[in-house]
Design a protein around this ligand. Sequence first.
Ligand code: SF4
Length: 196
Amino acid sequence: MRLQRPKSARGSGAKSARRDDSRAAAELIPPSATLPILQRASRTCKACDLWRNATQTVFGEGPSPARVMFVGEQPGDYEDRAGHPFVGPAGRLLDDVLREVSIDRSQVYVTDVVKHFKWEAAQRGKRRIHKKPRQSEIEACRPWLDAELQVVRPEVLVCLGASAAQALLGEQQRRVFVNDLKKVAELIRKRQNVAA
Ligand code: SF4
């Protein structure tokens, strides 16, 4: 699946999120890389500053190829600690929806447009509050998502939230932009009926 990238992703936008001593994400991606290779390579990524305050890179997980790919915005607090995508409250909701339509979570690929958790400290207590990634950070991370798309080759791409939808805007093939996870069940059910 080939996605059209936003113009700013090709220009100075991605560079603005990058430190001089870092390598662009694209430079870390070996040609014809498999998912395990991509996952390993992403652990060293410092293409924007988000790695600094995060525990670890949270790369996508699931089979390749996969018929359905879910793309969220970024890992949350739970995901950052666990090192796996969609294991927190959003992940549990996703599991519920998939169960509702009799799809095993192991059959779908789940990932985020940004692979490190962006957060700020709560004014009181030790909570880490989710902070929306900047466009330049989304663009810096885009090569990882592009590489996942090339390997996973999903038939259905489900964007969970505005950031994921914006990141993938311009994609010319099948695409589904969803803000409400409940709608996902309906969409997958329709796809299943079409394929049956
Ligand atoms: S958010 Fe993406 S581009 Fe930025 S350091 Fe993490 S993996 Fe690299």
